[in-house]
Design a protein around this ligand. Structure first.
Ligand SMILES: C[C@@H](N)C(=O)N[C@H](C)C(=O)O
Ligand SMILES: [Zn+2]
Length: 199
């Protein structure tokens, strides 16, 4: 999507990979799991944050800085490499996922991935009094995604139907775990390895 610094592969922690495999294998026949995003470099997190922050400011110039920050954080975490509070995707514990049919085509989830609108809230269709047949389908797809990942120990971010965490701080918070198990991670490139080894 033209994001500077983005990596073409989806990297996640091994524990996350194993849990995703178990989730995918537990889906009904003819339904698959698509991993849209996993580990993210800090530069990408910063770009996403700045881009959404600017877009919201452009759309609603009267918002105070605090309101703007709150609106941005609803859909993009604050970029942070702080080991005590890293952005979830920087840990390799956060994943963005959706469901697909037997041909690999994404199922209708009611919004597209990364739409920064209230309809992206995971429980959006649960709160509507009446649903069209299409909305009913989208709600059922969200339920299937949520329960399949929950079953394997993931937690969901309530503002995004596609975002799930395993072992990071959002997981600790929403899953009532004592603490996170994953901190910020870097790719194991030859450059990073030599830097680590040679100080
Ligand atoms: C940008 C979106 N796909 C996402 O991952 N949002 C969460 C809140 C994040 O940035 O951690
Ligand atoms: Zn995410």
């Amino acid at each position: 999507m033209g994001i500077p610094g983005a990596v073409p592969e989806c990297f996640v922690r091994e524990g996350v990979y194993r849990a995703l495999l178990a989730a995918a294998r537990s889906l009904p026949d003819g339904i698959g799991l698509i991993v849209l995003d996993g580990w993210r470099p800090w530069r990408v997190q910063q770009y996403l944050f700045d881009t959404l922050h600017e877009a919201i400011h452009h759309h609603q110039p009267d918002l105070s800085e605090a309101e703007l920050l709150e609106r941005t954080r609803e859909f993009v975490s604050v970029p942070s490499r702080d080991p005590l509070a890293p952005s979830p995707h920087l840990t390799g514990g956060a994943v963005d996922v959706t469901l697909c049919d037997a041909d690999g085509l994404p199922l209708d989830m009611g919004t597209l991935f990364d739409e920064a609108i209230p309809a992206s809230h995971s429980d959006y269709f649960e709160r509507l009094e009446t649903l069209t047949p299409q909305q009913n389908k989208a709600r059922d797809h969200r339920r299937l995604l949520y329960h399949t990942l929950h079953q394997q120990g993931f937690t969901n971010l309530p503002s995004e139907w596609w975002h799930f965490d395993y072992g990071d701080q959002l997981w600790a918070y929403y899953g009532s775990h004592d603490h996170a198990v994953y901190g910020p991670a870097e790719l194991d490139t030859i450059e990073n390895r030599w830097r680590r080894q040679l100080g």
